[in-house]
Design a protein around this ligand. Structure first.
Ligand SMILES: Nc1ncnc2c1ncn2[C@@H]1O[C@H](COP(=O)(O)OP(=O)(O)OP(=O)(O)O)[C@@H](O)[C@H]1O
Ligand SMILES: [Mg+2]
Length: 485
């Protein structure tokens, strides 16, 4: 009797150990994920809401295919190892997928050099790869690449399957298709279209053609809007969605009107709205609510896309992190020199009782279209001017905190930042001094046009608000507006 118990215990331990080595063995999926894994079409698109488990589903499919243990579909024509290609916009963008791959990977079946570094993805080899060295997938290799690495990395030898986890630019799609032809490989694209996605009309055409019966070369589509059912893991003792109705409503409410249909239903196109900051009201101009006393201070500068055009804003955030204020601004029309721009920023600080040393965060960026070097140059010119006016070498300014940081940029950052601002406006956690007429005009009128000078002003303010938020200085109490989708 005692012996039997011990044996059961031991075998339980053994199976627990096996499971921890092979997390795939206790994989649980939602209905849409199972539907996605069951798709038999060679080329398929999963278009759906944000956060419904698309990346998790893709990660499961990749690993099941690599190990040839796919329960839902036959993935290979011939026996033998497979090569799979996983492509995303950038390493940062691919990180959620890498995290899920790592979570589900049977670690004792892959090359021990492979590791996952949070925020930086899968590492271990010069090129990013996951080689399977034992188990059912022995010999299979998963290759990781980004759109930003360019065609060189994506084009290359043939693969049996390719996976994209972001809306792909047409050129990327075009690079991948030839790599599939030799093995008649499969393609799996998962995405939520957003206002900042590259043009996706070409994908929609392929979906439409497939639905009209022209299968060859076109895309089968799985479409999944946000719902509680879509967030429910099946097959366990308790089947409950991982979000409540209230949480869903809060998330849906936090989206900008322009993007809501895309993020909730996976719609192809944004809706045309007038202004993006729909929660703007003149009640935000109530200076009695302006944070004062011990505050965090930030200066956001947008150098504009046109030569000379520049906008700078001074922001303060209260010590509790509940409210942020746009205190002052300077707007130059394009005829000022960096010297004058720098002088104007210093004057703005002075008239509000701040020294340049009081500023906690300096952000400087060119409006869209400015590449990294463009940012560098504009920021360098401005730093040079500060150094001249303040009669201090640059390293001393930097030592005292005057260092212009380029805001963190990736696809989706504009909508993310504006969503954050709109959420703050909704709960009156944003205050604007009425003298900031340039910002007010932009908040009331910017309608999404990327080349509009109004955008420079929203950007200057947005950089600082995002920085406050990312540094946990600003902690909006009520709305989960900061999701990075
Ligand atoms: N089958 C599952 N088992 C356990 N957790 C899951 C499962 N599917 C999804 N999740 C969890 O739900 C969250 C959302 O999943 P995921 O990131 O895959 O969604 P997504 O649709 O790719 O989101 P986004 O639109 O942000 O890219 C993640 O925290 C993920 O780990
Ligand atoms: Mg995802």
């Amino acid at each position: 009797m005692v012996m039997d118990r011990t044996r059961t215990l031991l075998s339980n331990q053994a199976s627990a150990a096996r499971a921890s080595r092979d997390p795939l063995s206790y994989l649980r999926l939602t209905d849409p994920q199972r539907a996605w894994l069951s798709v038999t079409a060679r080329l398929a698109l999963w278009r759906g809401a944000n956060q419904i488990g698309k990346s998790h589903g893709q990660a499961a499919d990749i690993l099941l295919a690599a190990r040839d243990t796919h329960p839902y579909r036959q993935v290979r024509r011939r026996k033998g190892p497979v090569k799979l290609l996983v492509v995303s916009e950038s390493w940062a963008q691919m990180d959620p997928l890498c995290e899920k791959l790592w979570e589900l990977l049977p670690k004792d079946e892959i090359d021990p050099k492979v590791k996952y570094v949070p925020g930086q993805g899968i590492q271990g080899f010069k090129e990013r790869v996951i080689p399977f060295t034992s188990g059912p997938g022995k010999g299979s290799v998963i290759y990781l690449a980004t759109y930003q690495q360019g065609a060189g990395r994506i084009a290359g030898s043939s693969v049996h399957g390719a996976y994209l986890d972001e809306p792909p630019p047409e050129s990327v799609y075009g690079e991948i298709m030839p790599r599939l032809s030799k093995h008649h490989g499969w393609l799996r694209v998962s995405m939520t279209p957003t206002p900042e996605s590259p043009p996706l009309g070409y994908l929609k055409e392929k979906v439409d053609a497939y639905q009209q019966g022209e299968r060859a070369g076109n895309l089968f589509e799985l479409h999944t809007p946000l719902s509680l059912e879509a967030l429910t893991l099946r097959g366990g003792l308790v089947e409950a969605p991982w979000k409540t109705r209230e949480e869903l409503d809060e998330i849906i409410g936090s989206y900008l009107e322009v993007e809501r249909g895309m993020r909730v239903n996976g719609d192809w196109d944004p809706v045309a709205v007038g202004r993006w900051l729909t929660n703007w009201t003149d009640e935000l101009l109530d200076t009695r609510l302006m944070p004062s006393g011990r505050v965090h201070v930030g200066v956001g500068i947008d150098h504009g896309a046109k030569a000379g055009r520049q906008y700078a804003a001074l922001l303060v955030c209260d010590a509790a992190g509940e409210r942020v204020g746009v205190l002052d601004e300077v707007l130059s029309d394009g005829r000022t020199s960096p010297q004058e721009d720098a002088q104007n920023v210093l004057l703005m600080l002075e008239r509000n009782g701040f020294r340049w040393q009081d500023v906690d965060y300096w952000l400087g960026d060119r409006a869209h279209g400015g590449d990294y070097w463009g940012n560098e140059k504009s920021n360098r010119d401005l730093m040079h001017a500060f150094s001249k006016i303040l009669k201090l070498p640059k390293y001393q300014l930097q030592g005292a905190g005057l260092r212009l940081h380029v805001p963190y940029k990736r696809r989706g950052s504009v909508t993310r930042g504006l969503r954050l601002m709109n959420g703050l406006a909704r709960h009156k956690q944003l205050v604007v001094h009425p003298r900031c007429a340039g910002f007010v005009e932009a908040a009331k009128n910017w309608d999404g046009r990327m080349d509009s000078p109004l955008k420079d002003r929203l950007d200057g303010v947005r950089y600082v608000i995002e920085k406050f938020y990312d540094r946990n200085v600003l902690r909006p109490a009520k709305s989960p507006t900061g999701h990075i989708f």
